[in-house]
Ligand binder design. Sequence first.
Ligand code: FES
Length: 110
Amino acid sequence: MPIISAQGNTLECATGANLRWVLLQAGVALHNGRSTLINCRGLGTCGTCAVAIEGAASAPNWKEQARLALPPHSPAHPRRLACQTQVLGDVKVTKHEGFWGQGEAVQWSP
Ligand code: FES
């Protein structure tokens, strides 16, 4: 069973689990500030569930690639959309500042 490390939590999940769902179920603050309420609920369109991850995860799908290609996201700050990411092995998650999690400064770490 993969282990997700996020915001001081160690979370076990099934292989292939949706990263956003696992984090939210555990009470991890995946969305920053008002994006907690104003988000697409996992449709892959708003971009506010963006996180940096290390570990084994699914490859970005077309929807994720399209959203992350749009500002304020930037290839200079590699991110994944948690709602479009399946956990395939142990993963460490870092959230950055900003409404979309697009900033440089770390909001919380694994
Ligand atoms: S929750 Fe909107 S893109 Fe992931």
